[in-house]
Write a protein that binds this ligand. Structure first.
Ligand code: GDP
Length: 528
């Protein structure tokens, strides 16, 4: 078997989806501990604050309790290579998150046992469903009182509309939490505060009937669990890998991330059953990870990842073949060959020079403004990966610059920040206005903050009469030209130079569409 095929088969590329505060960061940290990527519990949090302490920008992130900087963490576990792609946490970041989810092969959903299925989880689940992404579920914070396990499964099935297959089952909850039963092996893992960081024989029993376990836990609690299990096993679904892989069933685990309890059982199951990279849709055909020619697509661009080095990084998911240090690849959109010389890999977010990368891996390419979201790089056919859209923004502001002499800096900042994809920047054809569009209001604050912090530009935003934006296309150049002339007052160019209609109201948009039947108005733009 060629190296890249064998390497692809052991890749597990996934993202954690959850409502803020459910325990995503804590669980990530435990995974990294098991993967040997960090030595100490607490490192993820402290790294979050210490590394960026010099940047005020992070203060905003902390104040808001949101995670803006997204990263990729790679670690080995049990013969596999796990790539964990972080998703931005705040609801405003849906578009960004959406694109990260186009780059994973599966997802892990974390639910707080006291809160159950929360609003953000519902949204993320909808996004996963668009691509039938397989999902595992971890119900967290079992060391606290919460809803009953049966109730939680019922809620997931009802609200998220996905059948559950419990793989572990808790014995007690809150102060009575004693452990979990692995329903496939029958083994019981006991919970001991502060001790569940590694497997310990003293805390694992072969079955719920083991006399030594009865002695430790007490007959009454075990009776209750037996009763519950009789009920659950009658009503729930046995694990079916095919259904899971089709996104039609979710295996469920119970535990406590902060206590590292139930986490290793989850991780063991995850690396065994979660999918390796699959073939991906592209413009000419599907691309299999087994193809020898390197290919991949950019799903995220981030400016100024490291405040000390004013860099921009394009995150590329490898889809086929292998990346070798220094290879040249065709940048399909521009038709130019580029040397991907000094790409980065993300070993638990410490950036290192990448020597090799295989399907499922993510590499970071230094970007000097030529790379855009959804760009394909390939050394084989000039195909284009599909399915990575841009959504029309729903909120608009006109940008006011305090010091007009800083206009160049402002334009540069806006262009770079809109490359990241969370905001979009428009230049009307007939005025000198600069218009910023976003999906959520928080984005404007973030942009104002970053313009000041990273580009030294003081800007404020004022309301502007724009209801929505539509990208414009036409069958023929003459139709387009005619429309361009007639509708010029409402037309603008986006950061990539594409023509956009900025409609002051819904009625205006409707009328414009009726008057120009040969023009296609779209709310999403497939990057091309
Ligand atoms: P995120 O916003 O999803 O990344 O959530 P965090 O991992 O930052 O966790 C949110 C809060 O819940 C933090 O205070 C954690 O210490 C706490 N937490 C995480 N896991 C557990 C758990 O298993 N039990 C309890 N009691 N608290 C937890």
């Amino acid at each position: 078997m060629p190296t890249h095929t064998a390497e692809a088969a052991r890749r597990r590329t996934f993202a954690i989806i959850s409502h803020p505060d459910a325990g995503k960061t804590t669980l990530t940290e435990k995974f990294l501990l098991f993967g040997g990527a960090i030595r100490q519990a607490g490192s993820v949090k402290s790294r979050k604050s210490a590394k960026h302490a010099t940047s005020d920008w992070m203060t905003l992130e902390k104040e808001r309790g949101i995670s803006v900087t997204s990263s990729v963490m790679q670690f080995p576990y049990d013969g596999r290579i796990v790539n964990l792609l972080d998703t931005p946490g705040h609801a405003d970041f849906s578009e960004d998150t959406y694109r990260v989810l186009t780059a994973v092969d599966s997802a892990l959903m974390v639910i707080d046992c006291a809160k159950g299925v929360e609003e953000r989880t519902i949204k993320l689940m909808e996004v996963c469903r668009l691509r039938d992404t397989p999902i595992m579920t971890f119900i967290n914070k079992l060391d606290r009182e919460g809803k009953s396990p049966v109730e939680l499964l019922d809620e997931v099935e009802r609200v998220l509309d996905i059948p559950c297959a419990p793989i572990t089952w808790p014995i007690g909850m809150g102060s009575r939490l004693k452990g979990v039963i692995h329903l496939m092996t029958g083994e019981v893992h006991l919970f001991e505060t502060g001790k569940n960081f590694t497997r310990q024989d003293s805390t694992i029993f072969p079955s719920i009937e083991d006399p030594a376990l009865v002695k430790r836990v007490g007959a009454q609690l075990l009776d209750e669990v037996r009763e519950e299990l009789a009920l659950v096993q009658g009503a729930s679904h046995p694990f079916d890998r095919e259904l899971y892989l089709a996104g039609l069933q979710t295996p469920v685990f119970f535990g406590s991330a902060v206590n590292n309890f139930g986490v290793q059982l989850l991780l063991d199951f995850f690396v065994t059953h979660a999918p390796a990279p699959k073939p991906r849709d592209a413009s000419l055909r599907k691309v299999s990870p087994e193809e020898p020619a390197f290919s991949g697509f950019v799903f995220k661009i981030q400016a100024n990842m490291d405040p000390l080095h004013r860099d921009r990084v394009a995150f590329l998911r490898v889809c086929s073949g292998s990346y070798q240090h220094g290879i040249k690849a065709l940048h399909v959109r521009t038709g130019k060959e580029m040397r991907l010389g000094d790409a980065l890999t993300f070993m638990a977010s410490e950036r290192e020079l990448a020597e090799h990368a295989y399907p499922g891996d993510v590499i970071g390419i230094h970007n000097h403004g030529t790379i855009a979201i959804a760009d394909t790089f390939t050394v084989g056919d000039p195909l284009q990966f599909t399915g990575i859209p841009s959504f029309a923004p729903e909120l608009f502001r006109r940008i006011r610059l305090r010091d007009p002499l800083r206009l160049k800096h402002l334009q540069k900042g806006l262009t770079q920040l809109s490359e990241e994809g969370a905001t979009q920047f428009f230049r009307p054809l007939l005025s000198n206005d600069l218009i910023l569009g976003a999906i959520g209001t928080l984005q404007f604050e973030v942009v104002a903050y970053r313009l000041k912090d990273e580009y030294g530009v003081e800007a404020s935003f004022e309301p502007v009469q724009i209801h929505t934006a539509r990208w414009i296309q036409a069958e023929s150049d003459s139709d387009l030209e005619e429309f361009r002339e007639k509708a010029a007052t409402h037309l603008a160019l986006d950061a990539s130079g594409a023509l956009v209609y900025l409609a002051p109201s819904r009625v205006n948009l409707q009328m414009a569409q009726e008057r120009a039947p040969k023009i296609c108005f779209t709310a999403t733009r497939e990057h091309s």
